[in-house]
Design a protein around this ligand. Structure first.
Ligand SMILES: [Zn+2]
Length: 143
């Protein structure tokens, strides 16, 4: 039984981690983290998905402290709070542009197109959204 947060996103896919499973790590959000995940989905991911009109695959959503360490995430990662998700689409650069041109609010949008990773990191931090447009090391801003 899956917990549907919105039309296209479930709580389970936002908490799935291959690394956590492989290493036997718990990756279960607490009630506060679940509230953050729901806000991320309803205020950012689902409206963006509706505009985009094509599948958005969650590459990495919530990460427990241990999961974040195992995947090499930064110490203060918003993934640990349930406020961030990395999404895969066929053109993450175009998705970032669509976000910039939209009415939506977001905190950080980080494009990963560096030959190694290919996705868009999106975060939502209610009341404190900075609308930052960032590029991972090795990703050029324009192409
Ligand atoms: Zn991320």
């Amino acid at each position: 039984m899956k917990t549907q947060i919105s039309k296209n996103f479930t709580l389970e896919e936002l908490c799935h981690s291959n690394t956590a499973i492989a290493q036997g790590i718990d990756n279960i959000p607490n009630s506060t983290q679940i509230i953050h995940l729901k806000k991320l989905v309803t205020n950012l991911l689902q409206p963006l998905r509706d505009m985009w009109g094509e599948p958005m695959i969650i590459h990495s959503g919530f990460r427990s402290e241990e999961t974040n360490r195992a995947v090499g995430g930064v110490v203060n990662s918003q993934h640990k709070e349930g406020k961030a998700a990395d999404v895969r689409v066929n053109n993450p650069r175009k998705l970032q542009q669509e976000l910039i041109n939209s009415y939506l609010e977001w905190d950080q949008s980080i494009l990963y197109d560096d030959g190694r990773n290919y996705f868009l990191h999106l975060s939502y931090n209610e009341g404190q959204n900075r609308k930052q447009v960032l590029f991972s090391k090795g990703t050029v801003a324009t192409k």
